[in-house]
Design a protein around this ligand. Structure first.
Ligand SMILES: Nc1ncnc2c1ncn2[C@@H]1O[C@H](COP(=O)(O)OP(=O)(O)OP(=O)(O)O)[C@@H](O)[C@H]1O
Length: 896
């Protein structure tokens, strides 16, 4: 049986005489059933006492195949020969993490903190891996090499490499694999599968194996190894995949390491064993070692969040017997130790950062690690929730019916399936999702990119999985990049910048005032603030106040002054909107001084901006030249953390939607530039994070409060009628928000109608409230949904264009409920931010009383109410809404 629960107490390791001789053991008390049961004792025997030494009360413990005993009337448990002991199984360790931990625990920490920079070995390694995958899929060697090197054109160009020299080197690496593969295929017995995404709920592991050969893991290493045995940490990596396969019931007994620089297939050369493939047996002892190693790592991560003492959860290097003199990370290790005043086996150099900066790094490190835990909780739902629950949660499309599979060039696959009519989810075209045969963890599953998402679903994968289910695949990339951003900004960051960020120096401004926007004082001041900033400028833009217009004007002014500008935003949509405005204002983006480059994926970049999209494939010099010479580079803030973008330098970074970004995500963009301009509105949507901690507050909001003189609020809005904007202006902007022109102020729903009398009397007002007397059931309210659909129909019948109407509801369930009844756009607030419609209908769902927040916070209501230009209808339960002062004021305004 399996025993699992939080640890109550850990006993001492002791030695006892048994019929097998002297054996070590340790007794641990846990509360089974995840803490619900009464404490029981479990005794860990033999090598598992190593894990006991890392265990602490509060950690979660899992013992598989435990044996139950009766001892003095009490039920106790102990490990058996088949048992595994797992600490913190919910903490999903990546296999690459285990690999670096085995080399040195501090290397694991340093990799996490500073990320992998753009360097030639990494890019070449990726190409060799891709070629390997291609060979397995039957692609010709030369064709694959040419194609993959071309695909990496941009990276290679930035690093200063020519295609031909890289091709030669990749060829040298790939020739041995090719030969070895040819040998294998001769026997006709090889059943290969390239790239395998694996998750192990039992052992808390995840990762992607390079390949499986007859079900056994094969790992590729772009290096040389002339000893008979694979390198220890390489072996551990392959064994991790073995363990994950074992968790699925496919226990492999052999692993293979392929060293690509070993050139001979012959095993007995005098120079050493030059065979590229080295096999090793995956015995029980090795698997148990992997589990114990993972336990050490998970325990350290637990301490990082829960531990006490000086620097809990930060490895020093003394944990391992690694020799620092031979370590290629020694310098980095010493610098980080010096700057953060950490103990480390390698020693330290340099002076420590000021205390407030170290405190900041510690605080954000912890907050980011908390967010990582929340991401792991998302993974857990893959196996804890049933397919129906995942679908109801909008995290999966289930019950797909496979329709066709087509092999594409390069051995990839296009899989099509039919989708049940009303199935909805968070998945969007362009997303990477987990495609599976119906069981994403235990069954056949692979990552694939969604190409089409209508009645028909089309995905592209490396392997031909039976496409019966698509799941949202949680990613740790944004968490990883946040850590790196903190590292880059604080450990490597510019001192002057840090003085401002830490309140040691006021932001400075210099240069002449100019007239940029003649018809709008606040916008004009904003552009001046941005162009004269020596450190930073903050532009606060309430709804419809011309943020995008101002951004474009600012960028034009900056470029005209000779600056290289990074334009970043939280969403692709905002990036493309700003580019559109830039083009409208005459910055066209052709080659030369005004060149604009848009960094993004094909599906991410809007159709009309594709001509600006940076192409990565091609001649290295051309590709790098295109990016390097552009005066404006536009990308999402997520993309700013990529290896390529981290190599770029700018004079000014202008970040839109900055109030929706966590502080570290903002740092990722602004660290690339000397000066920065943040544009946002902290009275609208806050950063989207799962953990409740410091990440919820944006750098924009913090700086607006700290440096009011460095900020300006755009106060004239070009969207809403006076009547509609009144509530938001009073509640969120101290009454300072006003219509920009009389035309805007006097807008009315009547403008849209040939004959206003065609509307029912209740809807003739520009702001209306309707109580349909509905009843909330979970996150939906059917009566209210019906009423919303009737209201939409009334507008349509009166002649309003369907494209001019939008419906907003607080919950996805209600969005689906309404969506079934109408064809106009229905969505949650988050999807509406940044857009507007002539008529907006808001469904509040709540009835009776307000037992939870309707919209998570009032800022979301602000967004909902400020999407409408001419007509706004609030649909909700009067009794419920009037039970909270904020909504009561809203009703009073609507009923006026
Ligand atoms: N100074 C100006 N003079 C004339 N029209 C303007 C000016 N500034 C903005 N506008 C117009 O106002 C409208 C809204 O501007 P914009 O799209 O820049 O707003 P925004 O603040 O980015 O909106 P959102 O709140 O959706 O982000 C646009 O049609 C734009 O052309």
């Amino acid at each position: 049986m399996n025993l699992r629960g939080p640890i109550v107490e850990v006993g001492d390791v002791r030695s006892v005489s048994t019929k097998y001789g002297e054996r070590d053991c340790c007794t641990i008390e846990v509360r089974p059933d995840r803490g619900a049961g009464d404490p029981v004792s479990v005794t860990l025997w033999g090598k598992w006492t190593h894990t006991a030494e890392h265990a602490e009360s509060g950690m979660e413990l899992l013992v598989t195949d435990a044996e139950e005993d009766e001892y003095r009337g009490e039920t106790t448990y102990s490990t058996t020969g088949d048992s595994s002991v797992v600490l913190e199984p919910d903490f999903l360790v990546d296999v690459t993490g285990i690999r670096s931990w085995v080399q040195c625990p501090r290397m694991y920490y340093l990799n996490k903190l500073s990320g992998v920079p753009l360097n030639y070995p990494v890019v070449k390694g990726t190409i060799v891996h891709e070629v390997f995958g291609d060979l397995l899929r039957g692609v010709d060697l030369e064709e694959s090499i040419a194609d993959r090197v071309e695909g990496a054109g941009l990276e290679l160009g930035i690093l200063g490499y020519e295609a031909s020299e890289v091709e030669d080197e990749v060829r040298r690496n790939a020739a041995a694999i090719d030969g070895w593969l040819a040998q294998g295929t001769l026997s006709g017995e090889d059943a290969w599968r390239s790239e395998r995404t694996l998750i192990s709920p039992t052992y808390g592991l995840k990762g992607r194996a390079d390949a499986l050969r007859r079900g056994m893991p094969v790992e590729l290493k772009t290096g040389k190894n002339t000893s008979r045995e694979p390198r220890f940490h390489d072996k551990i990596q392959a064994a991790c995949y073995g363990l994950m396969l074992a968790d699925r019931g496919d226990r492999p007994d052999t692993g293979t390491l392929l060293y690509t620089k070993n050139t001979a297939l012959d095993r007995s050369e005098a120079t050493g064993d030059l065979s590229p493939a080295k096999e090793f047996s995956i015995g029980e002892g090795l698997l148990a070692f992997v589990v114990r190693t993972r336990n050490e790592l998970a325990a350290m991560e637990w301490h990082a969040l829960n531990g006490t003492g000086d620097q809990p959860g930060i490895p020093t290097g003394y944990e391992a017997d690694a020799t620092c003199e031979y370590c290629f990370e020694q310098d980095t290790c010493m610098v980080v130790s010096g700057r953060l005043d950490q103990e480390s086996k390698a020693g330290s150099i340099g002076t420590a950062l000021p205390a407030e900066e170290r405190e900041y790094v510690d605080r954000l490190y912890r907050a980011i690690e908390e967010e990582r835990r929340e991401t792991h909780a998302e993974y857990r739902k893959l196996w804890e929730q049933t397919a129906a629950e995942r679908a109801a949660d909008d995290r999966a499309l289930v019950d797909l019916e496979p329709a066709s599979r087509t092999e594409l060039d390069g051995g990839r696959w296009r899989l099509a399936a039919r989708k049940p009519d009303d199935a909805v989810s968070k998945l969007r075209e362009g997303d990477v999702a987990l495609v599976s045969d119906g069981d994403p963890v235990g069954g056949d599953a692979e990552l694939g990119r969604i190409r089409e998402l209508g009645d028909r679903v089309v995905v592209e994968t490396d392997e031909p999985v039976e496409c019966r289910r698509l799941d949202v695949y949680p990613s740790e990339i944004s968490v990883d990049r946040m850590l790196v951003a903190v590292h880059d900004a604080i450990l490597k960051g510019d001192e002057r910048r840090k003085d401002v960020l830490f309140g040691r120096r006021e932001p400075a401004f210099s240069g002449p005032e100019r007239e940029y926007v003649p018809n709008n004082d606040a916008q004009n001041e904003a552009v001046n603030l941005a162009t004269t900033a020596e450190d930073l400028a903050l532009i606060h833009g309430p709804p419809g106040t011309g943020k995008t217009h101002t951004i474009a004007r600012t960028i034009r002014a900056l470029v005209a002054d000779g600056n290289r500008v990074l334009l970043a935003a939280f969403t692709n949509r905002a990036v493309d909107n700003a580019l559109e405005a830039l083009r409208e204002q005459g910055l066209v983006g052709s080659a030369g001084e005004d060149a604009i480059v848009r960094v993004g994926t094909e599906t991410g970049v809007r159709g009309d901006m594709r001509d600006l999209r940076l192409i990565r494939r091609g001649d290295p010099n051309d590709r790098a030249g295109e990016l390097g010479s552009a005066s404006v580079v536009a990308a999402t803030t997520a993309a700013c953390g990529s290896r390529v973008m981290r190599e770029q330098e700018f004079d000014v970074a202008l970040v839109d939607e900055a109030s929706q970004l966590t502080e570290p995500s903002t740092l990722a963009a602004i660290s690339l530039a000397d000066r920065f301009v943040l544009v946002g509105d902290h009275e609208q949507l806050p950063p989207v994070v799962r953990a409740e901690n410091d990440l919820q507050r944006s750098l924009f909001e913090r700086l607006v409060e700290e440096y009011p003189d460095a900020s300006v609020m755009l106060d004239r809005q070009y969207r809403m009628s006076q009547r509609i904007q009144a509530f938001a202006s009073a509640e969120f902007y101290d009454g300072a928000l006003r219509p920009a022109t009389p035309e805007v102020a006097t807008r009315s729903v009547r403008d849209l109608l040939a004959d206003p009398d065609e509307l029912p009397p209740a809807l003739r007002e520009d702001v209306a409230f309707v109580d349909p007397d509905g009843r909330r059931d979970g996150n939906r309210n059917v009566r209210e949904a019906e009423r919303v659909a009737e209201i939409v129909d009334a507008y349509l019948e009166a002649g309003v264009d369907p494209d001019d109407i939008g419906v907003i509801a607080p919950f996805r369930a209600q969005v689906a409920e309404i969506g079934r009844r109408t064809d106009v756009t229905v969505d949650t607030v988050d999807r509406f931010q940044g857009s507007s419609e002539e008529v907006i209908v808001v469904s509040f769902v709540a009835s009776g009383d307000l037992d939870g927040p309707i919209f998570e916070d009032h800022r979301r209501v602000n967004v909902a109410l400020t999407r409408a230009k001419r007509g706004l209808v609030l649909v909700g339960d009067e009794e419920a809404l009037s039970s909270e002062p904020f909504y009561e004021r809203m009703l009073a305004w609507a009923d006026r």
